[in-house]
Design a protein around this ligand. Structure first.
Ligand SMILES: [Zn+2]
Length: 242
């Protein structure tokens, strides 16, 4: 399960006011901070800027993602009107990746993490199954930065793919060609993986341990189960058949 750093955990100040909005919201928008803030101290700095300099009631975004650690931080949270997308705040949530993606590139793991958050919130009835778009789609702004904006299609593809494939996740005890493909991905990622049995098509303890290692290395939620996001990343490491 996706872990979210709560407001109390990152040391949020109380909001000046809270306006609730109906769930699920029909829209979900993607932002970047355009700054260099990182971690809990960075989230606190953004909140201070929004409350003290901008004069807003709270940090603008519903949730934030650290582009380095991939930690997810609760902003205003679900079901609370944000201050992220002018004209849309009563009918949407706003997800914000910390960084300036006009200049910073976007890692595959970050794309997967945003997709995981989209899926997580959709599963809880907070918002639609996919991003509605980026801030720049509805306002004259560079946000969420050209490089992150270019990944929205891939984020949405992963978010949906995972939903469709979740019931068919590949998990310990499974046997067959799908298991073998993902094992080949593990070996492409790390040639030391699966030292005893290799890509034998049998999802045993050794494969589960290496799936966990892989998920940990990609900053995915460590489950030992190959869901859609883990599977898509693993297949990128699978050598092309020759
Ligand atoms: Zn924005």
């Amino acid at each position: 399960m996706l872990e979210i750093v709560s407001r109390s955990e990152w040391g949020a100040r109380p909001p000046r006011s809270v306006v609730t909005i109906p769930l699920p919201t029909p829209e979900l928008w993607l932002h970047h901070t355009a700054g260099n803030e990182q971690g809990a101290s960075g989230v606190r700095a953004i909140q201070n800027f929004h409350m003290d300099t901008r004069g807003w009631s709270d940090i603008a975004y519903s949730f934030l993602i650290d582009r380095i650690s991939l930690e997810v931080y609760e902003g205003r949270g679900a079901g609370v009107r944000g201050g992220h997308t002018f004209g849309h705040n009563s009918v949407s949530h706003g997800l914000c990746v910390m960084g300036n993606f006009e200049t910073t590139t976007v890692s595959d793991a970050l794309v997967a993490k945003v997709a995981e958050l989209v899926r997580f919130g959709h599963g809880r009835g907070w918002w639609p199954a996919q991003l509605s778009g980026g801030h720049r789609d509805v306002r004259p702004t560079a946000c969420p930065g050209a490089n992150l904006y270019a990944e929205i299609g891939e984020i949405n593809r992963l978010a949906i793919q995972d939903e469709m494939e979740d019931p068919m996740s590949v998990r310990p005890g499974d046997v067959g060609e799908a298991v073998r493909k993902f094992q080949q991905g593990l070996l492409g990622w790390n040639s030391d993986a699966l030292p005893r049995f290799g890509a034998d098509g049998d999802f045993g303890d050794e494969t589960e341990e290496w799936v966990r290692n892989f998920q940990d290395s990609q900053d995915l939620t460590v489950t030992g189960v190959i869901d859609g996001v883990t599977g898509a990343l693993l297949l990128e490491y699978r050598p092309d058949p020759t």
